[in-house]
Design a protein around this ligand. Structure first.
Ligand code: B1M
Length: 210
């Protein structure tokens, strides 16, 4: 079994210690950080999600797998981030209200930072008003990035955009959305300025919105 496959198995099993050891070993052996992330971790979380859908595992196992992935991502972070220079713009990111998923959002924030932005991360379960307050408090913010991982929290994307518009701030910021159930069609439907499928394209999209 390749070391990347071993990492995937350790993530699926939620074995954080093994993930950390193997990620360090893989990096030392010259495996690229993006291969470790995409094949060893993101694909592994896909397997975890399928197992959950099929009632083979439950929320605690899903949580333990997520924690193991987070530990691995901590080690990968400096290898994934581009060398820092003057920020090209300011961006606010958060997972919408009702939604606690943050692994994808954190990766998106990292790639957007890597694309040259100064990123303010409001975290998870973020009320529309909190986005509004953050935009008011940061007049230089050019882009707002909203993440949603649940079909049940997709309406909160629109609620957040509507709250920003109701506060008279819609012309001041571009709004991008993303997350597993989200699509370009949904972005068009709710009046977002852009949709990105994954963390890498989120960095490119954020730049194009400036
Ligand atoms: Co949850 N969960 N979960 N979960 N969970 C999913 C999303 C699910 C698809 C699993 C399944 O059934 N197959 C399902 C949603 C079904 C649906 O809505 N149709 C689900 C469910 C049902 C739930 C609960 C309701 C379970 C329950 O309690 N009964 C519950 C909800 C809690 C809540 O949020 N209120 C719940 C809870 C949890 C945990 C807390 C246990 C844990 C999250 C831990 C954490 O994030 N800190 C968890 C996990 C780990 C998952 C899965 C297994 C993995 C998510 C993940 O981290 N993926 C997930 C199944 C799956 O996705 N295959 C599942 C890896 C990550 C890198 O990918 O987040 O998709 P992702 O991010 C990608 C892209 O989506 C995109 O880029 C990222 C990187 O490439 N992207 C953006 C994300 N945000 C973006 C923003 C952008 C652009 C791109 O621009 C702004």
């Amino acid at each position: 079994m390749s070391i990347v496959n071993e990492i995937a198995t350790a993530v699926e099993n939620g074995n954080a210690k093994v993930v950390v050891t193997l990620v360090e070993k893989a990096l030392a052996e010259g495996v690229s950080a993006s291969e470790i992330l995409n094949v060893g971790m993101i694909d592994a979380m896909g397997v975890v999600g399928e197992a959950f859908k099929n009632d083979e595992i439950f929320v605690p196992e899903m949580l333990i797998a997520a924690r193991a992935m987070k530990k691995g991502v901590e080690i990968l972070t400096p290898h994934l981030k581009a060398a820092g220079s003057e920020p090209i713009g300011k961006l606010i990111i958060g997972t919408v209200v009702g939604d606690l998923h943050d692994i994808g959002k954190n990766l998106v924030a990292m790639m957007i930072e890597g694309a040259g932005f100064e990123v303010t991360d409001l975290g998870v379960d973020v009320q529309p008003d909190k986005f509004v307050e953050a935009i008011k408090a940061n007049p230089e913010v050019k882009v707002v990035a909203l993440s949603s991982l649940l079909t049940t929290t997709m309406p909160a994307l629109k609620e957040t955009i509507d709250a920003i518009a109701a506060a008279g701030l819609r012309d001041r910021v571009k709004i991008m959305i993303g997350g597993a159930p989200v699509s370009q069609a949904h972005a068009d439907e709710i009046g977002a300025d852009g949709f990105a499928e994954d963390a890498a394209s989120a960095g490119t999209l954020a730049k194009s919105l400036l």
